[in-house]
Design a protein around this ligand. Structure first.
Ligand code: NDP
Length: 258
């Protein structure tokens, strides 16, 4: 039996970007903590597979695609989840994309696409679900930051700008909605190997540098983020808002590692 304040039974969580990598691991973690979980993304097949995982864990789910670049699709998702579950208590904004290229060569269209998903997508989902949570006077929003919310990472300027802005947005919404019962925090993963970054990390100098800079000397496992997400989503975090919770094996704490 876990701590009662960490129990998410009878809560409904929507995890956007919940069909792969970190988001899927968070969807599993929230379901294991008792929540009904709606993992979503753009591709129907992936949505169905993620939904089936939630059901296999003994929770309720709902399969509906969502694209955070389209406000209407987020609105439709909220409507479906409300008619199935009544309300949404937890939102995780995990949709993200990245591209590495020298900033001078970076095509503007690609820059805009990264901003559209990582920053404006997070903003759209916060607004659609935040309005509902404010009406209910209860909500937990978890945005996903990055080490690049804090420090510069080589040749990923658009991604870093988007994630720094997500950190800022998290704090601003936290103070705006604090009196309405809606807590807005960010989970900041260190380096975890997923579809997003495998090509950037595997057998590269960049991958080796990350390992050298990580006091734990390894990449994180996606399931190592679940506990932090369950905590932020729970009533145990009732006085916690505007916080960026870094789960990074010590990278941001470290200066020299040998
Ligand atoms: P993945 O590529 O494995 O997962 C991305 C998820 O987002 C998929 O479910 C994808 O599904 C969904 N997605 C992408 N675009 C959209 C969109 N427009 N609308 C809705 N869903 C979308 O990546 P990760 O798990 O690595 O990354 C998840 C988050 O974690 C990102 O925000 C990333 O920046 C962040 N992060 C990752 C780190 C890492 O080390 N991996 C470190 C720090 C932060 P589909 O393509 O079907 O839409």
């Amino acid at each position: 039996m876990g701590h009662p304040l960490l129990d998410l039974t009878n809560k409904t969580a929507v995890v956007i970007g919940g069909t792969s990598g970190i988001g899927l691991a968070l969807a599993r973690g929230l379901a294991q903590a008792g929540a009904n979980v709606v993992p979503t993304g753009r591709r129907d097949e992936q949505v169905r597979a993620a939904t089936a995982e939630v059901v296999a864990l003994g929770r309720r789910s709902l399969a509906q695609t969502c694209d955070v670049t389209d406000n209407g699709s987020i609105e439709r998702l909220l409507q479906s989840v409300r008619s199935e579950f009544g309300s949404v208590e937890i939102l995780v904004n995990c949709a993200g994309r990245t591209k590495r290229m020298p900033t001078l060569d970076f095509p503007e269209a690609e820059w805009n696409a990264i901003m559209e998903t990582n920053l404006y997508g997070t903003l759209r989902a916060c607004r659609v679900f935040g309005r509902h949570m404010i009406e209910k006077r209860y909500g937990r929003i978890i945005n996903i930051g990055s080490l690049s919310s804090f420090v510069g990472l080589f040749e990923v300027a658009a991604y870093g700008a988007s994630k720094s802005a997500v950190a800022s947005l998290t704090k601003t919404l936290a103070i705006e909605w604090a009196a309405s019962g809606v807590c807005v925090n960010a989970l900041v993963p260190g380096v975890l190997r997923t579809n997003l970054n495998a090509a950037l990390l595997d057998g590269t100098e960049r991958g080796r540098e990350f390992l050298m800079r990580t006091p734990m000397r390894r990449f994180g496992k996606i399931e190592e983020l679940a506990g932090a997400a369950v905590f932020l989503a729970s009533d145990a975090a009732s006085f916690l808002t505007g916080h960026l919770l870094v789960v990074d094996g010590g990278i941001l704490a470290s200066g020299v590692n040998q």
